[in-house]
Ligand binder design. Structure first.
Ligand SMILES: NC(=O)c1ccc[n+]([C@@H]2O[C@H](COP(=O)([O-])OP(=O)(O)OC[C@H]3O[C@@H](n4cnc5c(N)ncnc54)[C@H](OP(=O)(O)O)[C@@H]3O)[C@@H](O)[C@H]2O)c1
Length: 271
């Protein structure tokens, strides 16, 4: 569906570059279909030279010829940037925002006309195609718009469509989640170091154990508790390790971390 579409990325920073890398790398889009903008011309030059895409610092120029406009600017810039492109936006265009904390209602108010808007929440493993993006859509969107957005974000990993009411929780789980898991990986690797393993070996073992465990959950569909029970032999050694995790309150700490992140996500964006 994307084959005939032109995409303009407004604010081609870190996430914008990740998206362009994967969209071209997976063959989802060709360089002729992509236009990028940034605040500084040096940034635009970096993108156009690295990828052979078109670009400028003129957001209106980028919007005029686009079928899909992908807003990748920081949330604080949302109002000013959208106000700057409002007069050239058309109802036949699809606007997708990846800005954390900026709601569909805020986006719709900012664009000032009834056009299809989708809110997306990707995460950083998108960089290697192992991302998780959650989408929520405005009432002006139809099935084709959702399919287009899904196809775009499938280039950076998996995509799921959810009601917007879940977005703060999604932020606490799949968006911030990788940071929590990095801490877990680092801590387990320290355990290996404490027991005498070289740090690089320890980290590699933990990373692969996490990858394997994540794939077991995702691919077998089994409850994590059942998978955990399979590792835990009666009177074996795993149960002693699990006891230490419970003693340290790992489970409660993780639940609170997600809850607190979701609370904070509610007040991000702008009033
Ligand atoms: N990073 C993540 O893990 C992640 C995950 C999910 C969602 N997000 C969301 O993704 C968005 C971008 O994050 P990021 O990490 O990619 O930020 P970033 O690297 O700072 O990129 C923002 C880009 O916006 C450009 N920009 C600023 N003002 C502009 C204007 N008036 N017109 C056009 N472009 C303008 C900047 O240009 P210059 O480079 O020239 O200053 C920069 O390239 C944020 O809203 C964030 O909430 C990020």
């Amino acid at each position: 569906m994307l084959k005939k579409k032109k995409i303009t990325i407004i604010g081609a920073g870190k996430m914008g570059e990740t998206l362009v890398t994967r969209l071209l790398g997976t063959g989802t889009l060709t360089k002729k279909q992509i236009y990028v903008t940034a605040r500084r011309s040096v940034r635009v030059r970096h993108m156009t030279e690295r990828f052979g895409v078109s670009g400028s610092t003129d957001n209106q120029e980028g919007v005029r010829d686009a079928d899909i406009i992908l807003l990748c600017i920081k949330p604080q810039m949302a109002q000013a940037v959208i106000a700057g492109i409002r007069e050239v936006l058309r109802p036949d265009q699809l606007v997708i925002s990846i800005m954390a904390g900026v709601t569909l209602a805020q986006l719709q108010k900012a664009v000032g006309q009834p056009l299809p808007v989708i809110r997306a929440m990707p995460n950083t493993p998108s960089e290697i195609g192992a991302g998780m993006t959650v989408l929520a859509s405005s009432s002006e969107t139809n099935g084709e718009h959702i399919r287009l957005a899904t196809e775009l974000f499938d280039a950076v990993g998996k995509t799921m469509v959810l009601d917007e009411k879940y977005f703060d929780t999604v932020t606490g789980l799949s968006a911030s989640g990788p940071a929590f898991i990095y801490v877990v990986i680092e801590a387990l690797a320290e355990g290996g170091v404490k027991c005498g393993l070289p740090r690089d070996v320890s980290t590699a073992l933990v990373a692969q154990a996490c990858l394997g465990a994540a794939r077991m959950v995702a691919e077998t569909g089994q409850h994590p508790a059942i998978l955990k029970d399979h590792v835990t032999t009666p009177a074996g050694c795993t149960i002693d390790g699990l006891l230490k995790l419970e003693e340290g309150g790992l489970r409660v700490t993780m639940i609170k971390a997600v809850d607190e992140t979701a609370r904070r996500a509610k007040v991000l964006g702008y009033e």
